[in-house]
Design a protein around this ligand. Structure first.
Ligand SMILES: [Zn+2]
Length: 413
């Protein structure tokens, strides 16, 4: 009888459509309530742990809650769901943000979020690589995340593809400021001092599960509606990494496949397919391994994050034919390697010859024309891809301004 009474009272307080939740004890002494889902938005209240709230909306790191006659935004990590009820209007969009970090990779994946913690549509935040800048002031990925997150926000998974500075250095900021859960590192035995020290900070990160090497990785569980897996990494049986140390390190890259509905993303890190001077008609290294070990149907992708910033050492013709991407994303900047800036024109041309209708988006958009350098090339050329499993939209930017960059350049001549 008493239980029924409690349910009736709860039903009067909380709209039926909204899941109810309580403010967790981690928020002690109280959870800040803000007018908008941003850390710098005005604070309107602070509510005590144990307070019952209704969740009425969600954003990547926040829940909009109602309690009594009040509403506001509270950090998601402090809102513990107690009854699923009917979920709020589902926000079933997967978002992939390829952030302009200059020469390097920095990718934020936000999985669909309906605000109901039942194994589906969980709203996870995942980072693949951190970009090249370890100082907070210069770190474009950290600055970007700060617009959405808050100090101590959760990164559900951090993947370091391989031990090169343009991929891991920026992750140092994330490790300093965020609550990171699962960390995947290839476990490659990179020498020197900087990378081993970085790996030590990953291993000792409080609250994190740090997995070094393919054999120690747990499966990617980013929501049951998603099929996420690591296709390749350091330790893939029989893989030929090459012999030069730089080649071996690139070919230690973690390769991730992510499928949501009809759409597949392939994130290549800096995995290679040949040496620079080799004929692109034959695949070696990581590309050869993927072609020989992954069923063709699982290599086919809608969106390919091109390997190695579009270098001539990747993207052999057999690999391009197998992946057959509709959308190519190039994360690169204005760093000179000998006489070369990445991406190589020859590499992009191969994709255009394979499919003249391919759409190419670049984080070095207009950087050459703007005279940008290695220190000024992280200038807001972000690429944001959203899909609900059927529809896909892409918003690319030049200097922070949305553009439509979908022509095949250079064309196949
Ligand atoms: Zn790189």
């Amino acid at each position: 009888m008493a239980r029924n009474t409690a349910i009736i009272i709860l039903a009067l307080l909380v709209p039926l459509a909204a899941p109810s939740a309580t403010i967790s004890t981690d928020a002690a002494p109280c959870a800040r309530v803000r007018v908008a889902p941003r850390a710098n938005a005005a604070r309107i209240d602070c509510i005590a742990p144990g307070t019952t709230v209704a969740i009425i909306a969600s954003s990547p790191y926040w829940r909009q809650v109602q309690y009594g006659n009040n509403t506001g935004w509270v950090a998601k990590k402090y809102v513990t769901e107690t009854s699923a009820a009917t979920p709020p209007a589902a926000d079933q969009w997967l978002e992939v943000h390829i952030i302009d970090v200059g020469q390097g990779d920095g990718i934020w994946i936000r999985t669909p979020d309906d605000g109901v913690a039942n194994g589906q549509y969980e709203g996870k935040n995942i980072i693949i690589d951190g970009g090249p800048d370890s100082s907070d002031a210069n770190n474009a990925l950290y600055a970007y995340l700060q617009q959405y997150a808050h100090p101590g926000a959760v990164i559900d998974a951090l993947l370091i593809t391989h031990p090169h500075t343009d991929h891991y250095r920026g992750a140092k900021s994330l490790v300093r400021h965020y609550d990171i859960r699962d960390i995947y590192d290839p476990g490659y035995p990179k020498g020197g001092t900087e990378y081993p020290a970085f790996k030590s900070t990953l291993v000792s990160k409080s609250g994190a599960t740090t997995m070094l090497g393919l054999t120690n990785f747990t499966p990617l569980q980013w929501g049951t509606e998603l099929d996420a897996s690591i296709l390749y990494g350091y330790g893939s049986p029989g893989a030929d990494l090459g012999t030069a140390s730089n080649t071996m390190e690139n070919n230690a890259s973690i390769v991730v496949r992510l499928q949501y509905g009809n759409h597949v993303f392939l994130f290549m890190g800096d995995a290679e397919g040949k040496d620079r001077a080799d004929d692109p008609g034959t695949a070696r290294y990581a590309e050869e391994w993927l072609l020989g070990n992954i069923p063709a149907a699982r290599l086919k992708a809608t969106v390919l994050k091109i390997a190695h910033h579009g270098s001539e050492t990747s993207s052999t013709q057999p690999f391009i034919s197998a992946v057959d991407p509709e959308i190519l994303v190039v994360s690169s900047g204005r760093k000179r390697f000998g006489s070369v800036y990445l991406p190589d024109r020859t590499t992009l041309r191969r994709y255009c010859c394979h499919n003249p209708n391919i759409r190419i988006y670049r984080t070095d958009q207009d950087d050459e024309a703007e005279g940008r350098t290695e220190t000024t090339d992280a200038d807001g050329d972000h690429i944001i891809i959203r899909t609900n499993g059927t529809t896909m939209t892409i918003t690319a930017h030049s200097n922070g301004v949305p553009i439509t960059a979908d022509t095949c350049q250079p064309p196949c001549e």
